[in-house]
Design a protein around this ligand. Structure first.
Ligand SMILES: CC(C)(COP(=O)(O)OP(=O)(O)OC[C@H]1O[C@@H](n2cnc3c(N)ncnc32)[C@H](O)[C@@H]1OP(=O)(O)O)[C@@H](O)C(=O)NCCC(=O)NCCS
Length: 161
């Protein structure tokens, strides 16, 4: 591998902001299936970003391509993973896990003792969360409303850190 190829393959996590919204929406639209209504709109993302405790993390290759992102919020001694998405073309390479691990260590560094998240029942991401130590603590019935009318429960997962 030559030097250019090596640096373009290198993936780094970096804090993002409103200037990354185009990339976030592009990944969001590619990553989430319309049938389930889990994706956020651009205005939802833009609205939450300036709020206290909210942060965006971007996974980007050395050549600038964005592979995924996470959006999280810290409140007092808890942290919540609001969104985690990886572009379909870069899945199953450990990028989702890398973003999740970073969320956990950032939460720990910020003094959180517990983290939680909501995920649609049946989403394969549950497998990743469970293997990262999250356990089921609740269920929100019909929390997600799909574009074509279906309604889907959200599972609330949590773990101590
Ligand atoms: C969930 C998601 C972020 C995972 O990203 P990823 O980069 O593919 O995840 P990783 O490669 O880090 O996977 C880590 C482990 O999680 C599990 N996992 C991830 N995706 C899985 C899938 N589709 N089916 C089964 N297990 C899966 C596996 O154990 C995997 O390890 P392995 O590949 O060695 O078997 C990605 O599939 C995605 O963007 N999905 C759509 C958005 C979404 O639903 N986000 C979660 C709710 S906010």
């Amino acid at each position: 591998m030559n030097a250019t190829a090596a640096s373009s393959a290198e993936l780094q996590l970096a804090a993002g902001g409103s200037s990354d919204l185009d990339s976030v929406i592009e990944i969001m639209n590619a990553a989430f299936d319309d049938r389930f209504g889990e994706a956020w709109t651009r205005s939802q993302c833009a609205g939450i970003l300036p709020m206290p405790g909210v942060s965006l993390m971007i996974a980007r290759f050395g050549d600038g391509r964005v592979a995924g992102f996470s959006l999280q919020r810290g409140i007092s001694d808890e942290a919540e993973l609001l969104l985690l998405a990886v572009s379909p073309e870069f899945r199953r390479r450990g990028i989702g896990k890398m973003l999740l691990d970073h969320f956990l260590s950032q939460a720990r560094d910020n003094g959180a003792s517990r983290v939680h998240l909501e995920v649609r029942e049946g989403n394969p991401a549950v497998i990743m969360y469970r293997s990262a130590g999250f356990a089921l603590v609740g269920r929100r019935r019909k929390y997600y409303r799909g574009r074509f009318g279906g309604e889907f429960d959200a599972l609330t997962l949590s773990r101590q850190i």
